[in-house]
Design a protein around this ligand. Sequence first.
Ligand SMILES: *Cc1c(COP(=O)(O)O)cnc(C)c1O
Length: 357
Amino acid sequence: MEVRKELLPAEKRQAKPSDENALGFGQIFTDHMLKIDYHDGQGWHNPRIVPYGPLELDPAALVLHYGQEVFEGLKAYWGVDGDIHLFRPQANMERMLKSCARLCIPEFPRDFLLEAIMELVKIEQEWIPRSPGTSLYIRPTIIATEACLGVKVSSEYLLYVIVGPVGAYYAEGFSPTKIYVEEKYIRAAPGGLGEVKTSANYAASLLAAEKAHHAGYTQVLWLDACDKKTIEEVGTSNAFFCIGDELITAPLDGSILPGVTRDSVIQLARHWGITVNERRITIDEVIAAQANGTLKEAFATGTAAVISPVGTIAYQGAEHQVGDGQVGELSKKLYDEIVGIQLGQRPDPFGWVVRIS
Ligand SMILES: *Cc1c(COP(=O)(O)O)cnc(C)c1O
């Protein structure tokens, strides 16, 4: 397959954002997008890079009614070598294939998709911002497009990739966040969709997130669906706790999204000789560690924010300060190391960076 290109003439392209400090997250998109179609019998076909614009969908398209959809999120950066860098993009392709399998979406050709994404990023390279903390966010998405109101697996899909410049994810920047432990609503249950990146998980999370925002908190800390004691994730990020000399995160037991940043943190921390355990950790253990002074740090991990330090945990009406309430030493070290690797400022011992030259 060859990617067909229908590119806008220079005079029809938008002006690039003038203030890289005011990019926000996910609000600005570039001039072009990648599209690939699927029909039963034909497979994936007609890959094309075309002007960015609205999709034409039948109002009965299955995705609009029953949520048969998967997506990914990764970033491109200007490396210090002048090349464009992607961070572990193969991991995103693998995860999207797993999401497809769970959502009954046909497998796409992973190497072809990654090559096509790299072509799109190269075409849009002038949109990659250069200020610290900024990047070009890449959002691959697959939606079920067959027009049918019966609940069924679609026979047609659209895979599309949009990209856009983003600034720092959290309005507060790299400073401690306040999180709210949610005890009524859950994000995902065993056997459900928690371990895949699909829209339904985010729909399920909105009400609790609204509640937390109105109460003055940045994110929700999700507990398990069964006994509402075991910690799962923070908002749309993986959760880590540093208690004594142990770094702890939830095991990938089905309801946890296997974050690429989570895996990178685990590998780096082990490389530095830190004891990392993927094990069940309850909110009671965290609160007890806080009370006896052994809870040193808590942070969330994800592509958007990389590391988001947690300064306060609100549970059952009480606020608990994590460590001294400031950005923890390990949080800072991990953030600096991962960003340094992404930009090519630090050695890349695991071969995580993929260059587009
Ligand atoms: C995307 C996502 C993460 C983080 O994954 P990364 O690959 O590190 O970006 C964590 N939890 C949820 C629910 C997510 O959707």
